[in-house]
Design a protein around this ligand. Structure first.
Ligand SMILES: O=P(O)(O)OC[C@H]1O[C@H](O)[C@H](O)[C@@H](O)[C@@H]1O
Length: 524
């Protein structure tokens, strides 16, 4: 196609949402009418699946759960009053709590106000708040935010070193209330408070499912906010998980919810060409042949959106990355997501995108307004923002010229409304795509395997320490393994022993470190 034909295609396929002022351009995904026709039946089913899900069907059959994240911004659509209350009551509770924190009515002991928030949580209990915080936090927020989203001791130390604990409010978020990383982070933070003679419960709140281990543990904390059983971690940004930290930072959560609600209305339209999430799912299907053959590269040309790709990585990959379809066939589905931001990434990996393996499609996110206030000219007639805009257009064009396809989403500004809308746009696109390829997007059976393996490693470690202590003499790895009754686990034992030795805990190793079979292990 020449430039004028492409311009025509752009106009033919342009989606525009007038209230959200959001454009979606799929013109650089070269599907044709025949491709569209071929998918019509699948989309009909996707629309029906969506309607059933929103009416309260068990859309997550493995876990026998409803999937209700779309109700979070339209409680009136939830199938019964009990579910509606599960949304409206925590929301009112959040607003009340935030008002009291901001006014100082709830304050830390011996100080007039909380000044910082420390969020402890992982996966869906961290990625949304991190993304929204970096996208929307005002320049001078009422509370500064920090995160502990791992069980890395050094990482925890670094985060804690920058925080005034006496005026820091700790939010521990875990839907299940039993995730080890979140529990470890909480215990480490609690220990830091106690070392400074600070009363941790007077600084802490929990976001978790009622009745969870965390819920029980946090009985004497400032307060607890409930998480709904029917909201998955990766779609929980518009539940208490995301709304509480956002509101504390002074972000307008009503606007976030309103933007998502508006987008949800647009993505309920049973017309492929007029439904932005359906168009996205269609583009993904086209690019990856319905099998995820191409990766999704997310390139927002706006620094404040740089965590969007990380957020989407979980939303898309944990939802779509599945071994089996709904009928039990092995399908190995998924779409890999990566990205950071433009134009920065042009100086890192865009070389490969332009000329290397053609195994991806790009999604550009364009923000029309450069900044508040005027810009200087960095060259005659051009501002820094003109460069950013030009680089986006240029990259889109250069990729297309070399048969690398792209989607472009354009928004006027990064506001709470737009961010809510973007989240809702992708949530629904994931739901549609899952229907197209007949998978359950709402469970994550694969995550359990790594968790179970980690638990058995820690179990092995306890046995190693016990045997080494009891033996009293030094042991080689094979003997140690045999004594534990785990001769086939020598490699795991070797790695545990090496880690304990590096941290000067329980035992010590001697011998030639390059030859594991020479090592002797003894109690420290
Ligand atoms: O919120 P939590 O229950 O602590 O879960 C945190 C995360 O852990 C997991 O392993 C899941 O795969 C994620 O979907 C979840 O968001």
């Amino acid at each position: 196609m020449d430039n004028l034909q492409l311009w025509q295609r752009y106009q033919d396929w342009l989606y525009y949402h007038p209230n959200l002022e959001l454009y979606l351009d799929v013109s650089r995904i070269p599907f044709d009418e025949a491709f569209l026709k071929g998918l019509e039946a699948k989309f009909e089913r996707a629309f029906q699946d969506m309607a059933a899900l929103e009416q309260g069907a068990i859309a997550n059959p493995d876990e026998q759960r409803m999937v209700g994240h779309y109700w979070l911004r339209a409680p009136e659509l939830a199938p019964n009053q009990e579910l509606r209350d599960e949304i409206t009551e925590p929301l009112a509770q959040i607003k009340e709590f935030v008002k009291k924190i901001h006014s100082g009515a709830i304050k830390p002991p011996n100080r007039s106000k909380f000044t910082h928030i420390l969020c402890v949580g992982i996966g869906g209990s961290a990625l949304g708040p991190q993304f929204v915080g970096s996208a929307l936090s005002p320049l001078n927020p009422p509370l500064e935010i920090a995160f502990i989203d791992n069980t890395d001791p050094k990482g925890i130390d670094r985060t804690l070193a920058h925080l005034p604990l006496a005026t820091t409010l700790v939010i521990v978020t875990s839907k299940s209330g039993g995730t080890p990383e979140a529990r470890n982070g909480m215990l480490e933070v609690r220990n830091a408070y106690e070392k400074q003679d600070l009363d941790f419960p007077q600084h802490a709140v929990a976001v978790t499912m009622p009745g969870s281990r965390l819920d029980k543990y946090a009985q004497d904390w400032l307060t607890r906010f409930p998480m709904q059983d029917w909201v998955g971690g990766r779609t929980s940004e518009l539940s208490a998980v995301g709304l509480l930290p956002a509101a504390l930072q002074g972000i307008d959560i009503d606007e976030m919810l309103a933007g998502a609600k508006e987008m949800d209305i647009a993505t309920r339209v049973h017309n492929l060409k007029k439904n932005p999430s359906a168009l996205l799912a269609l583009a993904w299907y086209h690019e990856g042949n319905g099998k995820g053959e191409k990766d999704m590269v997310i390139l927002p040309y706006k620094d404040s959106l740089y965590l969007f790709s990380r957020y989407l990585q979980q939303l898309v990959m944990e939802s779509l990355g599945k071994e089996k379809d709904l009928d039990g066939n092995k399908v190995y589905q998924g779409i890999a997501v990566y990205g950071n931001k433009g134009s920065t990434d042009q100086h890192a990996y865009v070389q490969q995108l332009r000329e290397g393996v053609p195994n991806f499609f790009a999604t550009f996110i364009e923000v029309l307004k450069d900044r508040q206030g005027d810009s200087i000219e960095v060259e005659t007639g051009s501002t820094a923002g003109d460069f950013l805009s030009g680089l986006l257009q240029g990259t889109r064009q250069a990729l297309y010229e070399n048969s690398r396809h792209s989607i472009t989403i354009t928004i006027p500004e990064v506001t709470p409304r737009q961010v809510g809308a973007l989240i809702a746009l992708y949530e629904r696109a994931v739901s549609f795509y899952a229907s197209l390829v007949n998978i359950n997007a709402y469970h994550q059976p694969g995550v359990e395997a790594g968790k179970k393996a980690a638990a058995s490693i820690l179990d092995l470690q306890r046995k190693i320490v016990q045997v080494v202590r009891e033996t009293g003499t030094s042991l080689d790895l094979a003997t140690l393994a045999a004594k534990i009754g785990a001769s086939d686990q020598v490699e795991a034992i070797y790695k545990i022993v090496r880690h304990l030795n590096a941290n000067r805990r329980s035992l010590t190793i001697t011998g030639d470190l390059s030859k594991p079979e020479t090592l002797q292990i003894s109690a420290r």
